[in-house]
Design a protein around this ligand. Structure first.
Ligand SMILES: Cc1cc2nc3c(=O)[nH]c(=O)nc-3n(C[C@H](O)[C@H](O)[C@H](O)COP(=O)(O)O)c2cc1C
Length: 166
């Protein structure tokens, strides 16, 4: 099987990480993959804030409801939507970061920052920028168990041809 295809199928959200910082070469490579993500009209209306300071990480955990992976990870990459940015582009960005990280031996978990105003304040975002999502990133802890949710719907439940009611 093609390794890229295999990586797509086995990519999972990982929530426990080794207690060691991310090699800067690996982190730069992940950010480079993020930079090359395609966006609507090639607007690239995004920026990334790498949060690796423990106090700043701790503050960030308060901005969402399920943020333990940020506390567990050495870093979180906050995905900032610049003015006129699209959520679809942010989604592509997130997936590129996760797949690039996986290819480099890193593990990731997407995180929702439900309290966007708080996140904006913590991150010092200027007016007009928002950050709803972050990616917790680090080296997977050997102790991390199987995926908490896992599994997927059957293909027959998902795919239609030509019309939904066809
Ligand atoms: C948009 C989005 C937001 C998510 N937010 C969180 C989150 O806040 N905390 C968390 O632990 N996991 C979060 N996840 C991870 C999902 O729970 C996970 O991808 C899903 O349960 C499927 O698990 P798997 O990818 O390991 O198969 C998020 C995933 C997505 C796509």
């Amino acid at each position: 099987m093609n390794p890229c295809y295999t990586s797509i199928l086995r990519l999972r959200a990982i929530r426990e990480f080794e207690d060691r910082p991310i090699d800067s070469v690996d982190l730069d490579a992940v950010l480079e993959a993020a930079r090359w993500t395609g966006s609507s009209k090639n607007r690239q209306n995004w920026s990334f804030i790498v949060v690796d300071d423990s106090r700043q990480k701790d503050r960030l955990t308060k901005a969402g409801d399920f943020t333990t992976p940020i506390a567990n990870a050495p870093a979180a990459i906050c995905l900032v939507q610049e003015p006129d940015g699209y959520e679809f582009d942010t989604g592509r960005l997130a997936q590129n970061i996760m797949l690039a990280a996986d290819a480099l031996g890193l593990a990731t978990c997407p995180i929702t920052l439900h309290r966007e105003d708080m996140a904006a304040d913590i991150l010092g975002l200027p007016e007009g920028r928002r950050c709803r999502y972050a990616i917790a990133i680090g080296y997977r802890s050997p102790a991390s168990g199987p995926a908490r949710f896992g599994g997927r719907k059957e293909i027959g439940e998902l795919v239609y041809h030509n019309r939904y009611d066809g």
